[in-house]
Design a protein around this ligand. Structure first.
Ligand code: SAH
Ligand code: SF4
Length: 364
């Protein structure tokens, strides 16, 4: 449920203290209550102040007079025949985003969005064709995780964590929403709250070079680079931001990315497009390009969308490509396509949002 009250999700501890002090919800002496409030919101996952049982009735009433911790609204929830979940989420301004949960045997990955749509237009990506674009707030980024935990019954009372990893691989380019993505990761990783280690968070970027190093120094998550091509000629065509930040600069940034903590190996994402970037000679050129960078290469079979201009490479071609990388010493798994039947796979997020958005607005 959405409300007019101030939503506390996304405030860091200091902001939270100041907010509560300013409205005289707490006094200077009661700052300790913010620690308790933090625990209720982010560790217990309780969103109703009246259920925060360590607080007096009068404090609960003061909190609910001004504040909420409401999550955005779920408009649609689909479950793929492989167990992948996709939620269509309506934000308070009626914009829509999508979020995907991919359960696996040993882990569960939540794929979250950082923007409504995307300003870049990689040729193979459905999100890139979406017109409507704005940055998500830190609140909206974090709320996706809270919502997913609500939905999956994944709060601490549950012994086994379903969501063990987070990837910024939903809609949008997270490094174009740097401050909010950073604020969100800091809260998600907080040791007294959600406690999801930054080791288990992967930021995926199409290659916003000046922001990559800054992120590595500031936030230190795992890093995935949407490389997709072994040379500028191909990359300029399919990932147009390459014209601004060409491969030489991108590779240099990968070489310089701090490797001491979480991102020991960088993941390069490589979408397999038939006849475009999938020749054995492309694989060999790729090896030369990333020489010296400890890396893993994820080969992603292209996921088609309505009227998409590409086809996925043949299975045998992908296998050949993978073998060449393997023989050069790189782990190069062929990513299993998940959730394709519900358009929840990489690069397929958008369609439902635009369609449903229109019909929904007609109802009002
Ligand atoms: N904007 C960021 C993160 C979101 S995209 C980025 O580009 O990295 C997540 C991943 O899905 C990226 O590697 C992207 O290149 C890939 N992708 C996009 N469209 C795809 C498609 N149709 N098939 C397979 N992968 C796709
Ligand atoms: Fe944007 Fe990433 Fe899609 Fe490119 S692949 S259009 S950067 S979401």
């Amino acid at each position: 449920m959405q409300s007019e009250k101030i939503n506390l999700i996304g405030f860091n501890r200091i902001q939270l203290i100041n907010e509560l002090l300013n409205r005289e919800v707490i006094t200077e002496k009661e700052k300790y209550r913010v620690k308790q409030l933090w625990h209720w919101i982010y560790f217990q996952g309780v969103s109703d102040f009246s259920k925060m049982t360590t607080f007096s009735k009068s404090f609960q009433a003061k909190l609910s007079k001004y504040y909420s911790t409401d999550r955005p609204t779920i408009i649609n929830h689909q479950i793929s025949n492989d167990g992948t979940n996709k939620w269509l989420i309506k934000l308070s301004d009626n914009n829509l985003i999508e979020m995907v949960f991919i359960p696996e045997v040993s882990r569960g990955t939540l794929c979250i969005s950082s923007q409504v749509g995307c300003t870049l237009n990689c040729k193979f990506c459905f999100t890139g064709t979406q017109r409507l674009v704005r940055n998500l707030t830190a609140e909206e980024i974090i709320a996706q995780l809270l919502l997913a935990r609500d939905q999956l019954g994944d709060w601490p009372t549950n012994q086994f964590r379903k969501i063990s990893n987070i990837v910024f691989m939903g809609m949008g380019e997270p490094l174009y929403n740097y401050d909010n993505a950073k604020a969100a990761v800091e809260i998600i990783g907080d040791k007294e709250g959600i406690q999801l280690s930054t080791k288990r968070i992967t930021l995926s970027t199409s290659g916003i070079v000046p922001k990559i190093l800054e992120w590595g120094k500031d936030v230190d998550t795992r890093l995935a680079i949407s490389l997709h091509a072994p040379n500028d000629l191909i990359r300029n065509e399919i990932v147009p931001i390459n014209k601004k930040y060409p491969l030489k600069e991108l590779i240099q940034a990968c070489q310089d990315y701090p490797r001491t903590r979480n991102s020991k190996r960088i993941t390069f994402e490589y979408v397999m497009l038939k006849g475009v970037n999938d020749k054995p000679s492309d694989a060999r050129q790729l090896i030369k390009l990333i020489k010296g960078i400890p890396a893993k290469i994820n080969l992603i079979p292209f996921n088609p969308w309505p009227n998409s201009p590409y086809e996925c490479s043949e299975r045998s071609q992908i296998k050949k490509f993978s073998d060449i990388l393997n023989n050069a010493g790189y782990s190069s798994p062929i990513r299993k396509t998940r959730g394709q039947d519900i358009m929840a796979a990489c690069g397929q997020l958008k369609s439902a949002s635009v369609k449903i958005r229109k019909s929904e607005l007609n109802l009002r």
